[in-house]
Design a protein around this ligand. Structure first.
Ligand code: SF4
Length: 204
């Protein structure tokens, strides 16, 4: 019985050697000159083309505002909207904020989301004091502004500013994630206006 040639187009060893030799020969011929330095590809002199002039303040502020790490401080219903802001639909990772920290020592933004009771207030203050400078605080919701629907209650703090300094207030009960994002942009604006190199030592 005749053996069927299953690989009719296969090369013999000699043909294969010849083809590979031709490829190597052609590669060898084409690569006889050195490839130019990539800096020259853009057609500009290498050094001046890679220099940006700015101030130290602007560099510090730029890096700070794109690396805010919030400490988690969800207290009530507003925290659901805060969590939603961090999830994929609104995605605060776009602003360098995906790292919500459980430790205040690794955070520079406190988003207080919810109803603050007097029983909880000392611990909020303690967490705030444990955050390193510079730091910012965002009060989320009507409860944070004035006590909200619990204003006048014996147990609820009528505004977070009784306990810690607030940089930006977000109105609403609860505020939507877009409102929280807008407030974060306001924090960014505040950071942009800071002059870290010109303040007295310890004041940032
Ligand atoms: S402002 Fe409204 S939604 Fe937010 S914690 Fe207070 S009651 Fe809840």
């Amino acid at each position: 019985m005749a053996i069927e040639n299953l690989r009719p187009s296969a090369y013999s060893d000699i043909e294969l050697d010849a083809r590979e030799g031709a490829i190597v020969e052609s590669f060898f011929t084409e690569h006889q000159t050195a490839i130019p330095d990539p800096a020259d590809w853009i057609g500009a002199p290498p050094l001046p083309g890679n220099i940006l002039l700015t101030t130290v303040d602007k560099v510090i502020n730029w890096s700070r505002h794109y690396s805010l790490w919030p400490v988690t401080f969800g207290l009530a219903c507003c925290a659901i909207e805060m969590m939603c802001t961090a999830a994929s639909r609104f995605d605060i990772a776009r602003f360098g904020m995906e790292v919500f920290r459980a430790s205040p020592r690794q955070a520079d933004l406190m988003i207080i989301a919810g109803t603050l009771t007097w029983k909880m207030a000392p611990w909020l203050k303690r967490i705030y004091e444990q955050m390193p400078e510079p730091k910012w605080v965002l009060a989320m919701g009507a409860c944070g502004t004035s006590g909200g629907i619990f204003k006048g209650s014996y147990s609820v703090v009528p505004g977070f500013n009784r306990v810690v300094p607030i940089d930006v207030y977000v109105p609403g009960c609860p505020p939507r994630p877009e409102a929280l994002l807008q407030a974060i942009m306001e924090i960014h604006n505040k950071i942009e206006k800071m002059s870290p190199t010109r303040k007295a030592p310890g004041v940032l």
